[in-house]
Write a new protein. Structure first.
Length: 344
């Protein structure tokens, strides 16, 4: 029998470890507990010690142990809860989805009341509420779990996953989205008829959370966690300049230069990654020079700024379909592709 008992305990411990809620010490005296006590006095008269007198709620004058009675009351039910969100922003990319990518936000629900309660849990994007730092709307948010039953002092881990919109004005590097989780104690109503000494009164004692929790003492609390776009901020620019040809067809390097047949034209294509942007990986820069021109020599690609990186060409000399091999471009780095061609 001892072995069976130990096995049962072990199984219970394993099952307890699988739950997403954490057990903690109860907060405060449990609701429904009856608190009893009585006072007593000892005294003397004319130097003679008298029999002590115990107290009672109605007043006791009879000396002796057991003649008094307890003053008692029932501990009321305190409804209180706290939701907390991430203290750091969750970095995401435009167009990430909960189905394919890690867009998990984490929250914690704590039962700060003095009794076991049931909770309903919901999620919303604060969106157009205008909260500071909320610049775009994440979509299709789901919360897990949607309900919980927690003893006093226990906590419940909550996760939220959302889809991130495509790039746009407000879905750009450094832009944020606030996602709100609201928890509400269910199946309770606050007593409004004053304290009943010998009954369990229900008292709402919660504070106000975010905008979805609209008041104090309403059996609700909420908190936000943030998404922040950590995207590459790439700018692509292409310039051209005639390097050697005047109006008469004479090669020159200064003065009035013209785009006439035989002229040499230098194309300069730059890709710049913005300050604080995420690293753009496997960047491939392509440019097809028209057949009315002839590429001269081998185009070159160079990276400047930051650690300089490295980049190489995929196409060789004289090829009009110019392409680089894939390269990485860190924040504040610039890749410059240079193509020299003549006008046919």
């Amino acid at each position: 029998m001892k072995h069976i008992f130990l096995k049962t305990l072990l199984s219970a411990a394993v099952l307890a470890g699988m739950t997403s809620s954490a057990l903690a010490a109860p907060i405060g005296t449990p609701a429904g507990d009856v608190i009893n006590n009585k006072a007593s006095i000892s005294y003397s008269v004319g130097g003679t010690t008298q029999t002590p007198i115990e107290s009672s709620e109605g007043g006791n004058t009879t000396p002796g142990a057991g003649n008094g009675s307890n003053t008692s009351f029932v501990v009321d039910k305190k409804i209180d809860l706290l939701v907390t969100g991430n203290t750091t922003d969750k970095a995401v990319q435009p167009e990430q989805t909960a189905a394919a990518d890690d867009t998990t936000l984490t929250y914690t629900l704590t039962n700060e009341g003095n009794s076991t309660e049931n909770f309903a849990i919901s999620v919303s994007d604060l969106g157009t509420l205008g909260t500071v730092g909320d610049e775009f709307n994440s979509t299709n948010c789901t919360v897990n779990p949607t309900t919980a039953s927690l003893a006093s002092g226990d906590t419940q881990a909550i996760t939220v996953e959302c889809d991130i919109p495509v790039s746009g004005t407000n879905v750009a590097n450094g832009k944020k989205s606030l996602v709100d989780v609201l928890a509400e104690v269910t199946g309770v109503t606050a007593d409004t008829d004053g304290d009943q000494v010998n009954a369990i009164d229900v008292v709402f004692a919660d504070g106000k959370g975010t905008n979805t929790d609209d008041a104090i003492r309403n059996a609700k609390h909420s908190a936000t966690s943030n998404y922040i776009i950590n995207a590459a901020g790439l700018t692509v620019k292409k310039l051209q300049a005639v390097s050697a040809m005047d109006a008469s067809g004479t090669p020159i390097t200064t003065g009035d230069l013209y785009h006439i047949p035989g002229a040499t034209v230098v194309y300069t294509i730059t890709v710049v990654n913005a300050i604080g942007a995420a690293t753009a990986t496997n960047v491939v820069l392509t440019d097809t020079v028209p057949n009315t021109m002839t590429v001269v020599g081998t185009p070159t690609i160079a990276i400047t700024g930051g650690d300089g990186g490295a980049a190489t060409m995929a196409s060789g000399a004289g090829v009009n379909a110019v392409a680089t091999n894939g390269f990485d471009l860190d924040a504040e780095e610039t890749a410059t592709l240079t193509i020299t061609a003549t006008v046919n």
